[in-house]
Design a protein around this ligand. Structure first.
Ligand code: ZN
Length: 421
């Protein structure tokens, strides 16, 4: 059993295989220690491909399997690994030690085979490396600094300390993808202190110890601790989804690689659906939607005119001696209904009520009166039919569910009671 001090010494000098080869998804190692880690286990290894959260990139996930339990042949190895493996749920670095956070314990001295969830890691490297290219180009062309970076599970956001126009965003996106097509190497440098002082690079903050520089020739040079793709071609398409004003600068939302493909597939599906629904060519769906919108507003105007005509017809039918008005309509604009009530109030001194809707779905109503307290009617409707409603003495509005005949009868009683008839 190693002494506590020796474990610490060994753990801070864990061999970081992800720096030697960012594509190394399988490795072997020895367990230095296994401790309680929050409500899980924390395992320290003498070497690891698991990258601990840092530089805006989440910690790796994967599996650790005790050696000798992998089985004989490749097939058996696969199944036994899946059955016997300890799941690495997260990787975190504390005081220079890399903690593999697991669901099950391992013992110090165990020889293990480690395997990354490399699909996830590669996806993150695609997003992160794409971010370097965008930030490098924005810095070089427009002198803006990346002041915030978040690599989420779905989207990546970049905050810049200045605004970018639509044209500038398009230029940045074009140049970024040209850098991908050129399949440039992503180089890692560990410059000496004097060399570093003379070097132009982004993220020039005070970093203790050796600074790791990640450079893409002619595109970006930045201090960064995370793993990246080996060549820019691996990133695949870089797509900027939006770039909007944010805290005095702008926030860019981007996806690259497999996420950009997913995004394209989803958008293609949307465009196809709209294209079929509107019988428009895919490249012309935007114009088709605008055209439909114009048609809808023209139809709405026409409908409003027809409804207004129908309601003025109703007004004409009010007899000179009539006290109360009660109108039931379906699919009418409430503005037109309110205008009807206002005009009816000028002709009749009793309750002027209008109900819009159906018996099944209920009615929105407005009741006005130049002489009576309409709140009494609203209260009676609430008490008999439920729903809601209220307002001023001269006008109430609300919603009620009931039968037309019963509502009419109730309002007639209300009016009669108030006028003492
Ligand atoms: Zn980086």
């Amino acid at each position: 059993m190693m002494q506590e001090k020796t474990i610490e010494q060994a753990a801070v000098s864990t061999q970081r295989l992800y720096y030697e080869d960012s594509h190394k998804s399988e490795f072997t190692a020895t367990v230095l220690a296994c401790r309680a880690y929050k409500d899980k286990y924390g395992i320290l290894l003498d070497r690891t491909s698991f990258f601990p959260e840092g530089g805006g990139q989440f910690g790796d996930t994967g599996w650790l399997c005790k050696k000798g339990e992998e089985g004989e042949n490749a097939q058996e190895l696969q199944t036994r690994r899946e059955q016997k493996a300890v799941a690495v749920l997260d990787t975190q670095e504390k005081d220079g030690m890399i903690w593999h956070v697991t669901d099950l314990p391992l013992e110090a001295g165990d020889e293990v085979a480690g395997r990354l969830d490399f699909e996830k890691r590669f996806d993150r490297m695609q997003q992160h490396s794409g971010e370097h290219i965008l930030s490098g180009i924005v810095h070089r062309l427009y002198g803006l600094d990346n002041v915030g970076f978040h690599l989420g599970e779905e989207l990546t956001t970049l905050d810049f300390n200045g605004e970018l126009s639509k044209d500038q965003v398009r230029t940045v996106e074009t140049l970024a993808n040209q850098a991908v097509f050129a399949d440039l190497p992503v180089e890692v440098l560990y410059p000496a202190k004097e060399e570093l002082a003379a070097l132009e690079y982004r993220s020039k903050i005070e970093i203790e110890g050796q600074v790791r520089i990640v450079q893409i020739p002619g595109v970006d040079r930045c201090a960064c601790c995370a793993p990246h793709v080996g060549r820019t071609g691996e990133i695949g398409l870089i797509k900027i989804l939006s770039c909007e004003r944010h805290r005095g600068g702008c926030r860019m939302v981007m996806v690259s690689g497999s996420r950009a493909l997913q995004d394209y597939m989803q958008k293609q599906e949307s465009v196809e659906a709209v294209s079929v629904a509107l019988s428009a060519k895919q490249e012309a769906v935007a114009q088709a939607v605008l055209h439909q919108k114009e048609q809808i507003s023209a139809l709405r105007e026409q409908l409003n005119r027809l409804q207004a005509a129908s309601l003025s017809g109703q007004l004409e039918q009010i007899r000179p001696d009539q006290q109360d008005v009660c109108l039931f309509v379906e699919d009418f604009d409430m503005i037109a209904v309110r205008s009807f009530v206002n005009q009816a109030m000028e002709r009749c001194s009793g309750l002027c009520a209008a109900f819009e809707g159906t018996e099944e779905e209920g009615y929105h109503y407005i009741i006005g009166s130049s002489r009576l307290d309409t709140r009494t009617a609203a209260k009676a409707l609430r008490e008999s039919f439920g729903g809601k409603g209220g307002g001023r003495p001269e006008m109430v509005q609300g919603f009620v569910c009931g039968k037309e005949q019963e509502i009419r009868a109730l309002l007639a009683r209300c009016a009669a009671e108030q006028t003492g008839e």
